[in-house]
Design a protein around this ligand. Sequence first.
Ligand code: 5GP
Ligand code: ZN
Length: 115
Amino acid sequence: MEDCIFCKIIKREIPSEIVYEDEKVIVFNDVNPAAPIHILVVPKKHIATLLEVSEEDDTLISYIYQVINKIAKERGFAENGFRVIANCGKDSGQEVMHIHFHVLGGKKLGAKIVG
Ligand code: 5GP
Ligand code: ZN
């Protein structure tokens, strides 16, 4: 979508440190990392928020977790563990209106539920 930062990253109109890409998803480092490992797993399909996820996205959402699994193993943080966060809407502080899954790790993370 026009004016969407993550669609621009997908189209290479904005640079990013891409760690994985295939026909369905792109994964890149968060520009403002909250942990030593902080990557964003983003479907190439523009879906603004989790409230717009529908049955037709079943395969895609499951696939995202398979990609997270694969990256965690390949990059060596599977064993120590990690956290996956998806923000939705204003109370969560969602800034980018294109769904994405934060994957955080590389240190012992703080409180299990923030706020
Ligand atoms: P949200 O608050 O929407 O769940 O998370 C958006 C995330 O995207 C933030 O952690 C922010 O640092 C990251 N972000 C925003 N703009 C860019 C960008 O242009 N490049 C990259 N790599 N990350 C971005
Ligand atoms: Zn988008």
